[in-house]
Design a protein around this ligand. Sequence first.
Ligand SMILES: N[C@@H](CCC(=O)N[C@@H](CS)C(=O)NCC(=O)O)C(=O)O
Length: 200
Amino acid sequence: MKLYLTHSSPYARTARIVLREHGLLPRVQEKESHPFTNDSAFLTANPLGKVPCLVTDDGQAVMDSEVICAYLDRELGNGGLTAPLHQSWQLQTLYSVCSGLIDTLVLLRIEKSREHDGLRSEFWWQRYQDATRRTLDYLEQHIDILPGELSIAQINLAAALGYLDFRHPEIDWRSSHGKLAEVTERLEQRPAFRDTVLRD
Ligand SMILES: N[C@@H](CCC(=O)N[C@@H](CS)C(=O)NCC(=O)O)C(=O)O
């Protein structure tokens, strides 16, 4: 199997963490493929041109990151990372809010990159900033519902906050979100997380 990825993608990072937590690296080859190079095998697999994308041994493409993580966990692992979400709508919601935070932070990054061309939209810039602030507050308030054992919700949370540090280091979220800071610091010490720290 092959996992198309970039080392800077928070979505790909979630799949890469699942691979490591389940010891699946011998079965799944990680292939770096920057979407903007428009590699034809990659685009054939994922017409959206986005990473991550998993291609199974029989040539089936699996995406997006949420589906890939569930596939890896349930088809190749013991299902333990996704099981807690099936028992709690609240936890499933927390997971989705983390995915939404990643989406917002990626959009904020795109607005940032438009600044160089004088194309930054003040409206969207402010809207993404406000959504980020509110969502961090929401996560701080709801963090206690995370299960004791590692689940895909913690993985998504760490991917979101790791990306926040990586692309938006000027946003100081730790001083006003102590619980998030504590949980993330603990998660980032796990080998699977250390091994996948975002980089260009
Ligand atoms: N919902 C998708 C989002 C994936 C995504 O947007 N990936 C970005 C990298 S962080 C990408 O490939 N962007 C290239 C593009 O949009 O053309 C997922 O969860 O996998």
